[in-house]
Design a protein around this ligand. Sequence first.
Ligand code: AMP
Ligand code: MG
Length: 327
Amino acid sequence: MFVLGIESTAHTFGIGIVDTEGKVLADVKSVYSPDEGGIHPREAAEHHQEACLLILKKAINQAGISLRQLCAVAFSQGPGLPPALRIGAIMARGLAYSLEIPLLGVNHCVAHVEQARYFSKAEHPLVVYLSGGNTQLTTLEGKRYRIFGETLDIALGNMLDMFGRAAKLAHPGGPKIEKLARQADGTYLPLPYTVKGMDLSFSGLLTASKRLLKEGAALSTVCYSLQETAFAMVTEVVERALAHTQRAEILLTGGVAANKRLREMLRIVAKGQSARFASVPPKFAGDNGAMIAYTGLLLYRDKIETPIPASKVLPKWRLDQVDIPWQ
Ligand code: AMP
Ligand code: MG
């Protein structure tokens, strides 16, 4: 018996398959990358529509199973871009209906967290979730994730991608900025550092970094200064949240978790507070179908199904609105 999961919230159309222990048997994806500008929701949906059948075929082949062996189909029900979400939802409904198996609506943010917990074996961590669309510090309190701090404007990954575009780096900017920052000579140019209580704001930092570029500063120096400033902001709130919650583990997840400098900084904070630093494996840091399949398995075990009439996509579905009965 296997659970298939479909991810289609934004740029990635992915399908993952897990067995009933949670082991990943397949993880296949196709990523939409805009020629210029940010993600266009309709173009992302068109990409997903074109990619979906081939990705399904590849995932089934990679797992070496047949569709008839599936016991449930999970899909990212939200949050995300409505046209993109709908492609995954339509495919999931079609599979669940025709195979006569349960449909499971998964919250994308919960999936990033649960997959990171699965791989890191973190029990009750302070979760640091940094991606293209989300910047959140959260811990499970009772049956729900409680958000301690988040961005007041744009997500950290989105900020990096927007700066990347201004610097004419190909999308996504995050990995390219990391590489350029590593090549920099260590000159730090002061930039706006905006922490408000436990919340963060990145738009001033983005504007000032773009201005530095326009004024002729070396790209690698700006990348370095940008990264150091943004990650120091994250590190400050993580340190405070850790001291406040007394959690013994930091768990980093989301696309930005692939960044080595960020991991290094959070590892230092963890050490200072005698906590363990854990992170999602870089391979699974970005959006992927396997995280939806795994979280689908958790829902399936608890018999939390999503009947087709209740399977409308939820573009604004927040992490802290989801009941978590399995922890
Ligand atoms: P997600 O939305 O979870 O798929 O994450 C995508 C985001 O992660 C994008 O904003 C990327 O720029 C960002 N990202 C991916 N790799 C890195 C990296 N090495 N350093 C910083 N950001 C990254
Ligand atoms: Mg994501």
